[in-house]
Structure formats: C-alpha cells, structure tokens
Design a protein around this ligand. Sequence first.
Ligand SMILES: [Fe+2]
Length: 434
Amino acid sequence: MDKYEYFRGLPEVGIVPRAPHAGPLLRHVYEQEHGRGGFSGKVTHTYHLYPPTNWLPGETRVLDGFAPAWESPLRPIGGTHLLLNVAPAEPARDVYRGMARIVANATAAMNVTAPAAPMDYFFEHHSATMVYFVHAGQGTLETTFGPIEYKKGDFLIVPKGIAHRFELRAGRHYYWMYESFAGDPEKAESPSTGRFITHSESDYRYPRSLDTRNEAGRFEIVSKVGDVYTRRVHPTHPFDVVGWRGDYLPYRFAVEDVRPLVADRSHVPPSGHTVFTLPGCYLCVFTVRSVEKEGMWLPFFHRNFDYLETLGYHFGDFFSGGGVVGPGMVSLHPVGLPHGPKPRAIEKWLDGKAGAVHNEVAVMADFANPTRVSEFALGLRRADYMDTWSGYTTEPRFTWRADRLDEIRRTAERLADARDTLIPPDSALAQEGA
Ligand SMILES: [Fe+2]
C-alpha cells in the first residue's frame, strides 16, 4: 500500500493489468483495443471475461432495409430556406431503425430520431462518431465502458465503433444526431479566450460505474459501415468487461453547462457560441444569456457562402424567429441565401424593445459545402417558410418610399456624434493638464 494516493496518466476503472499488453493478468482476461489513428491515436483497452470474437458461426448476415430513412437519397438544396416540422414517432421504431437523415456532406451529417420502441440489440457505428442532442426524453446509454444516464438537454458523444444500447424511460423521445465520419468532435476554444469559455472539459461526464454482465444467451450486435448494416450474434453479453483504461470513451455534456460569451456593446457572431468542431462542421449552442446592452441584440442579416446552416430549436422563443419556429423544429439555411431576423423580430430591435434575457436554447450545426438535403427532410418541410419574411415586402416601414434616402442622410447627421454610454468617462480620457 502506498502512503499517498496518485492519479494515473490515463483514466481507468475496475480490474486492469499494470500496463496495456503487459502483466500476468492477461493470461486470465481477454484484452481488446478500441483505437483510432491506426494504432497511434486515442485508444482504450477493455478486459473481458470472454473473447470478443466469440460470434456464433453462421449467424452473421447483412440486414436489408434496417434503417431506410437513414439512407434517404440526397439532393442539392438549391436557393430555398426550409423549415422542418418535428418528425413523427409513428410507426413506433427504436433509436436506429427510426434514424432519419436530414443533411450530409462528405464528412458530417445531421439526423433525427423519435424512438418509441426498445432496442433488442446492441449497435456499433463503424463509420462515424456520433454526437446526440436530447431534445426530449430520458434514459440510460449503456456502453462497453459503463452506463451513462441522460435527460433532456444533454449531449451524448458515442465514439466510432463502440458497442452501446439506449434504454429509454417512459415518455416522448426526440433526438438530433450528428455524425462525424472523419474524426472525433473536438472541444472548441479560441486561443484568446482560453480553455474555460464557453465550457470546460471538467463539464464532461465519462462512465465510471462498470455494470459487468456475466450472462449467457443470444446477444445481437448490429454494425453500420456506410449504408451496410450487418448483424452478428454472440453467446455471451458484450458488456462482460471487468475493467478498462484509456481516453477513447463516450461521454455526456449538459447544455446547462454552456456558459455563453456575451458582449454588452456588440453582437457575438454565431461562431462565438461554438462548442464542438468536427471535420466539415461546427456545432454551436445558443443558450439563455443576457441581452446585449448597447450592441445589436439580434442577428445581423447575413449570407454564409461556405456552410449550410442547420438550427434545431430546443426551448423558448428564439430571438430571431419572430414567432415562426417552435420547439423541435429545424431550419435549413443554404449557402449564399440572405437570412436573419423575421419581420416581427426586427421590429422589436428597431423600436428599442429589448428584454433583459434571451430565453432560448437552440443547437446550430453548420455544414461545409457541398451539403445536400435528404428526401426525408423535404417531406417534413413547411410549405410557407419562405413567406415568413414576406412582411419585408408588405409592411410600410420596410418598403419603398421616395424620401427614404433623405431620411437616412438626416438621421446619420443627427447620430454623427452619438457614443455608447458604457465607455470610459470624459475625465478618464482627458489629457493631463487639459
Ligand atoms: Fe444564419
């Protein structure tokens, strides 16, 4: 027994040998490596009661039509904004049989699932690390490394290849799921703001409670490689792990732990709210935050030439939505097409009717060009979404007037010397002796 306790350089739980591939314990348990980067990247070793290759001969087969909407054909989105209604939970399907593709580019994709049935199998995604956002529902994500409980408002990161299963609690479930085909999501941080804005790695929750199963039976594992789903059957439970060590792990991250960047005298651009970066995609959280005091407190009109923007509305009255969008809906704003506040939203800004708090939560994922939309998503679209900006062509304050240019010239003259109030006072700026 050491006099003092020590941390080891890698997380570990349960019964593990002194080091990977070394020590007498390896003659009694079966070591399995879960590794990225071709034996040189992130890696975790698990120690099993039974060989992980004990699948039953003759039971492995490709499953046709396993998750048809996940493979929904993709097409170019063109120059139209789309607003997608909430996908139905009927017919009742489990998390993966009901998974539906929304958009995809070469390295990332967005999907949605409304599970209403239990998983009677384990799943391994061999082509992507998955980032879930739980819009509605609660349950337990059971994994090789131990269970993770989750609830509404949680992100769940499931690394590529890891065997897992969702145990759903009663109630409605609705998840957005982002696939990263070319690398794991990385925590976003700006070099000038450091490690703890807009969240900290200490906010991540990795499993630590092993739930070792020494069970015999028929245990089905479905794997996905591209659009091929393959089932294999094992005679022992896949979570027969007595210990693990490493840094390739699933984890949970709660949206309430996003501590957003705010700016009293300007407007933080969407990318200032990035929480994860993935190859070809960045993922942002707009959460409850104070309203800018003197800067613009709603988004400027903008057009994004390199990314298609998806925005999932989770909670509240989204600040630029102008009452058009509702919880669970997803908007798709394609490259190049201007967008921004709806007429009802910008009216509040123009009339100086600021509240104190942006009472909203939304998840934005922007996908690099070229990104395509699925036929499934097109089936959810609201036909009237482009019309929700129509106030800009009908309401007198936004439409053509002969005196508009003169009015702005006069206003600019009046405002020429206007200053913010949140600035150093004159006394602080006065020159010595002046
Ligand atoms: Fe946008």
